[in-house]
Design a protein around this ligand. Structure first.
Ligand code: F6P
Length: 326
């Protein structure tokens, strides 16, 4: 067992619903084991600037249900430099922080991996991103809430699409992953999905519009923001309008609403489980690993593997969209 006295916890990169539940779990589990916790505000940026706050049981009361992150978050260029990381390490030493829990996505873990190799401080990570694009966990914290937000929004778009007999191109987030588009496409009965992992989306959509059922009164196409077959929802919309002027086409970019809102039950439970497991992992001597959940079991994945992008897309799921939207 490793003797850890003070865990620093921080959130970094894009926020995700459930990050607060993860912070709460880290703080409460650490207290349970008699370990102090220091909150680091604004991710790596705040670490370098010494934005440290002592945390206790009370500081995480009433946050499990809140979206965003009470510790705030940032994307930090300075931490990419050796000088930036040196500053950060000096701040940790000064504040007697002897282990870290980093909550974020691939950028966060890329930083953690380099930091952990340069300085003798154990760092473990929790998967916090709506994109679900990490290896080593079935789902990331925030993904479930985000896809439910998308489904709710697209259901509303469907109402107006149906009233006006329109075709909507809806763009969802995910950076270079199509996992948000894939699941929400199935759940909203989309006509087609366009995702970076499949290059046949545009062609499939055109075929469908040309040769498919003509009695449909509304159509929804989900485009992942990272899809480059056409260059985003506006370009897809332009091409559709050009080729099929009879379709009354509209574009909707859902944007940052996908990152907000109260975390779903699934995200709260996931965050609570991996948050507590992160503290136990540090006590057991783990370092440079992301703590995820695979088939309901806690899983430890080295940072360099976790950031190798998502688990891949099941072609059967893509087929499902086509098969069921006939
Ligand atoms: O990684 C989460 C995410 O929401 C991506 O889906 C999106 O590409 C990106 O962050 C947007 O980042 P920002 O809020 O910095 O514009």
């Amino acid at each position: 067992m490793t003797q850890i006295k003070n865990i620093g916890v921080f959130t970094s990169g894009g926020d995700a619903p459930g990050m607060n539940a993860a912070i709460r779990a880290v703080v409460r589990a650490a207290m349970y084991y008699g370990i102090e916790v220091t909150g680091i505000r604004r991710g790596y940026d705040g670490m370098g600037k010494g934005e440290f706050v002592p945390m206790n049981r009370k500081s995480v009361s009433n946050i499990i249900q809140r979206g965003g992150t009470i510790l705030k978050t940032a994307r930090c260029d300075n931490f990419r430099t050796p000088e930036g990381r040196k500053n950060a390490y000096e701040q940790l030493v000064k504040n007697k922080v002897d282990a870290l829990v980093a909550i974020g996505g691939d950028g966060t873990f890329t930083g953690a991996k380099v930091f952990g190799s340069e300085y003798d401080i154990p760092v473990v990570g929790l998967p916090g991103t709506i994109d679900n694009d990490l290896v080593g966990t079935d789902f990331t914290i925030g993904y479930d809430t985000a896809i439910n937000t998308v489904v709710d929004a697209v259901d509303k778009i469907r109402d107006t699409a149906e009233s006006h007999d329109r075709l909507f191109i809806v763009e969802v987030m995910g950076r270079d992953s199509g996992l948000i588009a894939l699941r929400t496409g199935i759940a909203t009965g989309a006509e087609a999905i366009l995702i970076p992992e499949s290059k046949t989306g545009l062609e499939g959509l055109f075929n469908r519009l040309e040769f498919g059922r003509k009695d449909k009164t509304s159509r929804i196409v989900i485009v992942a923001e990272g899809d480059d077959t056409a260059g985003g929802a506006f370009e897809v919309g332009r091409l559709v309008q050009e080729k099929f002027p009879n379709y009354d086409t509209r574009i909707s970019i859902l944007g940052h609403i996908q990152r907000g809102g109260a975390p779903s039950c699934m995200d709260r439970v996931l965050a609570s489980r991996v948050g507590a497991a992160a503290v136990e992992a540090l006590r057991d001597g783990h370092r440079n690993e992301m703590i995820g959940l695979i088939n309901g079991e806690i899983a430890y994945t080295p940072f360099e593997h976790a950031i190798k992008h998502h688990q891949g897309i099941d072609p059967n799921m893509i087929k499902l969209v086509e098969m069921l939207s006939m």
